[in-house]
Ligand binder design. Structure first.
Ligand code: PYC
Length: 321
């Protein structure tokens, strides 16, 4: 099969969720014109990965994307209980769920007048996510249920040091380390990134995966908050090697699940999570029908309404790398 053609131009809305960039393809005819077949958002995402991966790179890799950018394709949901469907990717691959991009999606749909303040349900590859746009820059998402499969797992790095942490998921897989020996300062970002990569490599070497064999491809280094009234600060390493400029929505969802299980966060109590840059998410957890529901509120700002151009003679129309 020949690869799906790149359209000559494509309209996108760019936003950042307290620093973390999102690029939303708002035109649903984009997905409709691709050989994705019928079925769930997850199965159409898998078909996109198999048949249209060059479009992912064209959208978020250099020279059109920026570091840390997550692309989102909006498409009609298969689940009749949902109003929208979406899947997510970055410059190295695909994410089953992405919290900051979901906040960016809600704010972008509001900006376009496609939603009014209130709730909607979003079908993602990870499952159905509840979303509320509060108007303006503010949105909340309720992630898929968090789950921890290892608590205080001691992982030995190549330099012989050991870092304990939890292996947990809420749509993506995380290693969440509290005791890693580094300060959560912006000046320490290169060292934080290096340590997080060392942890990721050590997890792979030790064969530590999610319970379905998933790679633990996000590493969270926790630390004390900077602002009074906040609860913690984090540094989150993403699979593309970039650090999350926001506190990472799915990481915060997984974290509040662990805190609740440890008796450190009661239902309905707000957990104020700072990013390494100082941006804030407010998270809570509640139990509904025996299932834990984490909820994360944050802010996103539109940065551009852009029409990307893909000239036929542009040697980098499908990205670099
Ligand atoms: O907010 O869930 C998130 C996220 C994942 C990767 C980057 N941001």
């Amino acid at each position: 099969m020949s690869p799906a053609p790149l359209p000559p131009r494509l309209r996108v809305i760019d936003s950042h969720t307290i620093g973390e960039p999102t690029r939303l393809v708002v035109d649903e005819t984009f997905a409709a014109g691709l050989p994705l077949g019928p079925g769930s958002v997850r199965s159409r995402r898998d078909a996109f990965r198999a048949e249209c991966d060059h479009l992912r790179r064209a959208l978020v890799a250099d020279p059109r994307g920026v570091e840390a950018m997550v692309g989102v394709v909006l498409l009609p949901p298969a689940d009749p209980a949902c109003q929208f469907g979406a899947f997510y990717f970055n410059r190295v691959g695909y994410l089953d769920m992405c919290g900051h991009a979901t906040i960016g999606l809600a704010v972008s749909l509001g900006h376009l007048g496609r939603i009014t303040p209130g709730r909607f349900r979003l079908e993602t590859p990870a499952g159905v996510v509840g979303v509320e746009w509060h108007g303006g820059t503010s949105a909340t998402f309720e992630c898929v249920p968090p789950r921890r499969i290892r608590r205080d797992l001691a992982i030995t790095l190549a330099d012989g040091t050991t870092v304990p942490g939890d292996v947990a998921t809420s749509g993506l897989w995380f290693f969440i380390a509290r005791d890693h020996g580094l300060p959560l300062d912006t000046a320490a970002i290169p060292r934080l990134r290096e340590k997080a990569w060392a942890i990721r490599r050590a997890l792979e070497a030790a064969g530590v995966t999610g319970d379905g064999g998933e790679t633990i491809d996000h590493v969270v280094l926790m630390g004390p908050p900077r602002e009074p009234g906040h609860d913690a600060r984090n540094f989150v390493l993403c699979p593309d090697g970039a650090f999350d400029r926001s506190p990472c929505g799915t990481a915060t969802s997984a974290l509040v699940g662990c805190l609740h299980e440890d008796g450190r966060l009661a239902e309905g109590t707000v957990w104020r999570q700072e990013s390494i840059l100082g941006g804030l998410y407010e998270a809570t957890i509640r139990r509904a029908g025996g299932v834990l529901v984490p909820s994360v509120r944050g802010n996103a700002w539109i940065t551009a309404e852009t029409t990307l151009q893909f000239a036929a003679d542009d040697p980098y129309r499908t990205g670099i790398g």
